[in-house]
Design a binder for this molecule. Structure first.
Ligand SMILES: [Fe+2]
Length: 212
């Protein structure tokens, strides 16, 4: 640690949480995602996805829990356990809840454009199936208005600067998806999903979180 680290203060920092939920059977959940696709008559309007398939919005009260046991189990773990703990981190008096969730299936070359989740305080993604060769990161992109001075000037002078290892200099941040992991981030953060390079499906379930 150098003297600059010791005497620095991070302000306006952004938390991205990454939980492992190991007691979810992803093989079973994968089958339920395909079943949901077969039964889903209401196509969700195209949102951020280029190609791929997004299910209609799923809410706990319209999910057939006799058919989708693992999906419901995942919802309960996130809503009852993770979000209860996270609520207490922020306040004794508010309760964060899952507002809606939906399934994403990206086939080869499918990706998601830059977007935000404007109606949710947090947005989360659980990775059901991540092919080894998909090479398809979740990528956060920094608002360029924040990048006008330090990053811009350092980068212009030295394109090989240490930006990748310095969160205050970088303009993008990659999360490599892992099966059974749940990544939770503020809904206002701009993000994209890189193209799935695998022939196998990249499957995730997205959760929008708010206060109800
Ligand atoms: Fe998203």
């Amino acid at each position: 640690m150098n003297q600059f680290d010791q005497f620095s203060t991070d302000i306006f920092s952004t938390k991205i949480f990454n939980f492992k939920i190991l007691n979810i059977d992803t093989n079973k959940l994968k089958q339920e995602c395909f079943l949901f696709k077969d039964n889903d008559n209401h196509d969700r309007p195209q949102h951020s996805n280029y190609g791929g398939w997004q299910s209609s919005c799923i809410q706990s009260n319209n999910l057939d829990i006799s058919l989708y046991t693992e999906m419901y189990k995942l919802y309960k773990i996130i809503d009852d356990e993770l979000l209860t703990d996270l609520s207490l981190y922020y306040s004794d008096n508010i309760r964060l809840n899952v507002l809606a969730m939906w399934v994403n299936i990206n086939n080869k070359n499918d990706f998601n454009w830059d977007h935000i989740h404007s109606d949710s305080i947090f947005s989360g993604v659980f990775y059901v199936n991540v092919p080894e060769d998909s090479d398809s990161n979740l990528q956060f992109v920094r608002d360029m208005r924040e990048m006008t001075s330090l990053f811009h000037n350092v980068y212009q002078q030295d394109p090989a600067c240490k930006r990748h290892s310095k969160p205050d200099l970088t303009n993008s941040w990659n999360i490599k998806p892992e099966q059974n992991s749940f990544v939770l981030f503020p809904g206002h953060l701009t993000h994209r999903v890189q193209p799935n390079k695998s022939l196998e499906e990249r499957i995730s379930i997205v959760f929008d979180v708010g206060i109800i």
